[in-house]
Design a protein around this ligand. Structure first.
Ligand code: SF4
Length: 318
């Protein structure tokens, strides 16, 4: 909906507009996979126009492509992100959309997709995809299996996803993954996989689990969730900036108790704010993708003083 606002195709009031165009390929068929958190999943009864809190309203392709060109030229958008589901015509539709955009614009393009063969990765890279993202979503093999693998009735496996991510990182200069925090993982589970992926030069974007009515995974009612999210955000930032690694950090029963740097350094990083802004591809701010106005997990811009104070409280550092 925010993308349609930036493109001038809907009247949307926004205090922070998206800086990336989020383009979900619309199909009225449900995805063949069955990720339990997803509104599009084969076993979900949630509406097809939602992904997390984001509303994806079908729009005219010609209008989207021509306005994307103008929005990029005028500096409103710095990237377009294509996301697809697993359905019969997904490959042809995805390639068609990439080609249509590339005919008119050089806007940086991300594609978020399940693992593919090297041949298809090369084809995508040649057709103009700059960043490949394969969402791992879960932080451990066990959670992956339960939430999007065999136990969930889905076609995916942890090994297959990790292999697809590693191969993708060899073919694309920029490769990434998404992790959903709040699926039952510990701080340590999340930090360990972020560190491992960083070792393969894969950047990790964090999402907070957002329940959509009709989705198959009930919301967690966990009072610790905001501390957990902030901890993983800060640890991810330290790892990706090369300030500290998983091995520098300490955990007690899975809960992080030492970031491996001094308290003063932590406070400086919190006050600087970048660690808590939306993570992922360059130029992606995903405003209100998993947020409500009273609960912001990923700040789509630099957090203000009040927000920095609340981050310190979330981390028990006030
Ligand atoms: S990080 Fe942002 S731009 Fe990149 S794939 Fe994810 S949603 Fe798209």
């Amino acid at each position: 909906m925010g993308t349609l606002g930036v493109l001038g195709l809907e009247l949307v009031q926004m205090d922070t507009p998206p800086t990336t165009a989020y383009l979900q390929i619309y199909t009225d068929k449900r995805c063949r996979a069955n990720c339990l958190f997803c509104a599009q999943a084969s076993g979900s009864s949630a509406g097809l126009t939602h992904i997390a809190r984001g509303m994806y309203i079908p729009a005219d392709l010609d209008a989207v492509v021509s306005r994307l060109k103008v929005a990029y030229e005028r500096g409103y958008l710095g990237r377009a992100c294509i996301q697809t589901a697993l359905y019969d015509a997904w490959w042809d539709d995805t390639v068609y959309l990439i080609e249509r955009i590339r005919e008119v614009s050089g806007i940086p393009l991300s594609l978020s997709v399940f693992p593919l063969g090297d041949e298809r990765y090369r084809e995508l890279s040649k057709s103009g995809v700059n960043e490949l993202v394969i969402p791992l979503d879960a932080c451990t093999q066990e959670l992956f299996d339960k939430i999007k693998g065999k136990s969930a009735g889905g076609p995916y496996s942890w090994e297959g996803h990790l292999d697809g991510i590693k191969r993708g990182a060899r073919i694309f200069r920029n490769a990434g993954t998404h992790l959903i925090i709040g699926l039952g993982e510990t701080d340590e589970d999340a930090v360990k996989i972020i560190d491992e992926l960083h070792g393969y030069k894969v950047n990790t974007a964090l999402f907070a689990y957002t329940y959509i009515p009709g989705a198959q995974l009930e919301p967690e009612n966990n009072k610790d969730s905001i501390r957990h999210y902030r901890t993983v955000q800060l640890a991810r930032y330290l790892i990706e900036e090369g300030v500290a690694s998983y091995l520098d950090m300490q955990f007690l029963d899975g809960t992080l108790c030492d970031f491996g740097i001094s308290r003063d350094a932590i406070l400086r990083i919190i006050e600087e704010g970048r660690a808590f802004q939306t993570s992922g591809c360059h130029g992606c701010n995903r405003p209100m993708a998993n947020e409500t106005f009273s609960k912001i997990y990923n700040f789509p811009r630099k957090p203000n003083d009040e927000e920095i104070a609340s981050i310190k409280r979330d981390l028990g550092l006030d």
